[in-house]
Design a protein around this ligand. Structure first.
Ligand code: ADP
Length: 621
């Protein structure tokens, strides 16, 4: 009912009530005599009851006017004053009744105010709701929409109101929506919710969640729909990304070229990779449980393997399981090296394990081949060692014969040439004597060469025992045996004191130091007094002994090769020697687990260094 109708009905009822009172008064004049305003007062009360304060006032006024007219038509009364007084009283009482008895007067105005406020609250709530809200006509037209809905679909309220929801629903989703709507209208359901897409004003699709309910009138006839529209673009986007990433991982897992399996603690196999099927020959359908798999792949060994797998569910981190030999579908065997890790739980609480294997069958075969090859090699080494031993023994026999058999004639040459010089000097002329001297010298040189070679050979064979070696005592002995000292007029040797104790072999170290000191004294320019300095340098894992001379020096390009056998930089005439001394030094030092080298002496000449281990077992060369 609209406002005008309501006003008309209220004033109509008031007018009618007054009219009825008037008619009764005319028809029943005794009522007037009893109480002249009683009927009109009743009419006022009825008006107030039905139409409120204003209707009551209207009835009071109308009644007063009609009463006045009525009285003026009637015979004049005796007490002329009683008419205006009665009228006045009626007006006052009517007015009071209207004001007091009306709903406004009874405080009902606050209800109206509350209604208004609640209406306003509803309007604001509707307008400012964080979700889209709409009243939708039965034909689908947007009757009322809020701002959020406009934001979601990109249309203004006015634009929407010119459209229906069908207009902006994505075609694929419309049929479902309409089916649900029909069910609402048919009373099969009181509400429905669905995810669907609107076509945004800009053309793109917008995912929303729609909840619809139907409002019916008092008689149960459908009036309009209330729709709640929630923007779920972000959720849908996240969902799509999740699905995509899930699919990606699934592809990676399934397509993996090596065996992977995921299974639950009750034995259900959830997934296997293509690699698993390719290498074992079994598809997922053939091994739905771990029991099926172990039965097929391990045969009689299945019990052990099952127990092992059971224990995997107790692990809380990755486990390296080692190698398992499996039997494939075609009956061949393969070796798989497994590692497994816990993979969380299924929705129903069952624990999961993922196991990955690398197929090491080829590697194993290669390993076996290698082992066989090694055995052959070892066999060969044994054979060669035996040969080498024989050769070595022959060499030893040879050196024995050299030292004894070759040396005997040499000694004879030396002895007889010396006898010639001593006993037959008178018979020999100068040339004869020179020849005899040359024979003696050559024989002596050859004797030295042989003994050096033998010493060198011995160094390669002898067992080298290392023990603490007092360098100072050793060097002192060498100096003395060479007839040198710090004050000698021929050659001066200065030695740092004390020198440390190292690990070494006395006999070899003696040979080494003798050769180095002897060379230092020997290789000086003519007329120069040889001067040697000997000191030790402590290093973290060794002691380096330095022997510096003031000799002729060694060019950098020769510093390596002088340690080889027979390498000499000078003729025997200038500096006598066999060229084996430094070779003996290098071999000896290495056999003691040390090293040797030479540098330029910053002052003059060269300086050799020898490193002795502090306390290691000598490496056998
Ligand atoms: P040898 O002393 O019998 O000649 P070595 O093997 O001891 O043989 O030395 C090899 C060569 O290295 C020597 O001939 C010499 O040319 C060079 N040489 C060795 N020690 C020195 C040194 N202290 N100063 C200069 N040259 C040296």
């Amino acid at each position: 009912m609209n406002k005008l109708q309501s006003v008309l009905s209220r004033y109509g009822v008031a007018t009618a009530a007054v009219a009825i009172a008037l008619l009764i008064e005319i028809a029943q004049p005794w009522t007037q005599a009893q109480s002249p305003f009683l009927l009109f007062l009743v009419a006022v009360l009825v008006s107030v009851w039905y139409g409120g304060r204003n209707a009551g006032l209207w009835a009071t006024g109308l009644a007063a006017v009609l009463k006045t007219v009525l009285l003026s038509l009637a015979e004049p009364v005796d007490n002329w004053l009683s008419v205006p007084v009665g009228l006045g009283l009626f007006l006052i009482i009517g007015g009071l009744v209207s004001v007091i008895a009306s709903p406004q007067g009874r405080g009902l105005s606050s209800v109206e105010a509350d209604l208004k406020e609640s209406d306003e609250r509803f309007r604001v709530t509707f307008e400012q709701a964080a979700v889209g809200l709409a009243h939708v006509g039965l034909d689908g037209s947007w009757l009322r929409v809020n701002r959020r809905l406009c934001d979601i679909v990109g249309y203004s309220a006015a634009e929407l109101q010119q459209r229906t929801f069908q207009d902006i629903t994505f075609a694929d989703d419309l049929a479902t929506d309409l089916t649900y709507l029909q069910q609402l209208l048919d009373g099969q359901r009181s509400t429905y919710a669905m995810e669907k897409r609107y076509v945004h004003e800009a053309g793109h699709l917008v995912w929303i969640n729609l909840t619809v309910s139907l409002v019916r009138d008092r008689r149960g006839q459908p009036k309009y729909f209330i729709s709640v529209i929630e923007d779920i673009r972000d959720r849908k986007q996240a969902q799509a990304e999740l699905i995509e990433s899930e699919a990606r991982f699934r592809r990676a897992f399934v397509g993996a070229p090596f065996p992977i399996i995921i299974y639950a603690e009750d034995g259900e196999v959830l997934q296997i990779s293509h690699g698993w099927t390719d290498l074992s020959g079994y598809a997922l359908a053939e091994i739905p449980t771990i029991d099926d798999w172990t039965e097929k792949a391990y045969g009689s060994r299945k019990g052990l393997v099952r127990e092992h797998i059971r224990q995997l569910f107790e692990a809380d981190q990755a486990v390296d399981e080692g190698e398992f030999v499996i039997q494939t579908r075609d009956g061949s065997t393969r070796t798989w090296q497994f590692s497994s890790a816990p993979l969380g739980q299924l929705g129903d609480g069952r624990k999961l394990v993922i196991s990955m294997a690398s197929d090491v069958t080829a590697l194993k075969r290669a390993g076996l081949k290698m082992q066989r090859f090694n055995e052959v090699l070892e066999q060969r080494v044994t054979e060669r060692t035996a040969l080498f031993k024989t050769a070595n023994q022959e060499l030893q026999a040879f050196s024995y014969s050299v030292s004894h058999d070759l040396r005997a004639p040499l000694r004879a040459m030396q002895g007889f040439s010396q006898a010639l010089l001593e006993d037959y000097a008178a018979q020999l002329d100068d040339l004869g004597q020179d020849y005899a001297k040359r024979i003696f010298k050559a024989a002596a040189q050859m004797d030295q060469l042989i003994s050096d070679l033998l010493a060198y050979g011995r160094l390669g064979r002898a067992q080298v025992k290392l023990q603490p070696l007092n360098l100072e005592a050793l060097v002192q002995e060498v100096i003395q045996s060479l007839g040198l000292s710090a004050h000698s007029s021929q050659a001066q040797v200065e030695m740092q004191s004390p020198l440390p104790t190292v690990q070494g072999n006395y006999r070899i170290a003696y040979q080494v130091m003798t050769n180095l000191i002897d060379n230092g004294v020997k290789f000086v320019s003519p007329g120069v007094q040889p001067k040697l300095q000997i000191w030790a340098e402590e290093k973290p894992d060794c002691v380096r002994l330095w022997i510096a001379d003031n000799g002729i020096g060694i060019l950098p390009e020769h510093r390596q090769r002088i340690f080889d056998v027979f390498e000499r930089l000078h003729g025997v005439e200038a500096y006598p020697g066999t060229g084996i001394g430094l070779a003996i030094v290098r071999r000896g030092v290495r056999r003691m687990g040390g090293n040797v080298g030479v540098e330029l002496n910053p002052e003059q000449g060269s300086r050799f260094w020898v490193e002795f281990p502090r306390s290691t077992i000598a490496k056998i060369e």
